[in-house]
Design a protein around this ligand. Structure first.
Ligand code: BEZ
Length: 264
């Protein structure tokens, strides 16, 4: 087992001017900078579960570092793609709030997926706990409180202006305090927690915020009268542009919560 996960538990919150004294075995990882896989630091022969693996990009990277890895995702379409892209790797369809494993893992990794598992976050944490051996680590990054705030405000206003009820967002963006409490109550010791802004170029969204909503907010558009969708999205763009459109293109106002915790 990697000893550096056994150092004293201190929490570091960065961004928005919040920063506290900090001493942790995860300390070599700089705030914002290091990729999540560096924080996971997969070891040769370790068993790692990639929760919400999508098309398997990180699963493959973790595998390339010598770990045995299983990717799990709630979307059968994503898993189909992952299997096609990485035929030598193991992937299964499964939901974060409803999965079990036959044999405990050394680590559970999750990138940009936990915020989609919004129905029962404590159940997700309980399932991760059950999937880990004692001392196993849970290393993840998700949208934190304030994630996509300008985008969501633009949506909310546009919906209201079009006489629609407030959109019911399918995401969960907890504060550092909330999520660390959930982790502690779920049987984890939080060793590192970072909270930071990560403005992200919306390269795949030539039509800006409207495209973002088309892709990530698709469920919110389902069932709306067909003739309302385009004017609604045009209005989202107008409202979001002052905050999110730069000379170089559109930027998503992402806020990240990144943590490393150890199963007690
Ligand atoms: C994100 O923060 O990564 C995200 C949030 C909601 C939808 C899509 C992505």
């Amino acid at each position: 087992m990697v000893l550096r996960y056994e150092a004293p538990s201190m929490t570091r919150w960065t961004a928005r001017g919040v920063s506290s004294a900090y001493d942790s075995s995860f300390g070599y990882v700089s705030a914002q900078g290091a990729p999540l896989v560096e924080l996971l630091d997969p070891q040769h022969g370790e068993r790692v579960l990639d929760l919400g693996c999508g098309t398997g990009v990180f699963t493959s990277e973790i595998h390339s570092r010598g770990a045995e890895v299983l990717g799990i995702d709630g979307s059968a379409a994503m898993i189909e793609k992952a299997l096609a892209q990485y035929p030598g790797l193991d992937f299964i369809v499964g939901e974060g709030d409803d999965f079990t494993v036959a044999r405990p893992f050394d680590a559970v990794f999750s990138n940009a997926a936990l915020h989609w598992m919004s129905r029962e976050p404590d159940m997700v944490i309980a399932n991760v706990h059950a999937a880990l051996r004692p001392g196993g680590r849970f290393v993840a990054e998700l949208g934190g409180a304030g994630n996509c705030a300008a985008m969501i405000a633009a949506m909310s206003t546009a919906w209201r202006e079009h006489g629609l009820p407030e959109p019911e967002l399918p995401w969960f963006f907890p504060s550092p305090a909330e999520y660390s409490t959930r982790l502690e109550q779920g049987g984890f010791a939080v060793r590192l927690l970072e909270y930071f802004d990560r403005p992200t170029p919306m390269d795949e969204c030539p039509d800006g915020a409207a495209d973002w909503v088309r892709v990530f907010g698709a469920p919110l558009l389902e069932g709306l009268p067909g003739d309302i969708v385009e004017p609604l999205l045009r209005r989202v763009n107008e409202l979001a542009a002052p905050a999110l459109r730069r000379e170089t293109g559109w930027m998503a106002d992402y806020v990240r919560l990144r943590f490393a915790a150890v199963r007690r």
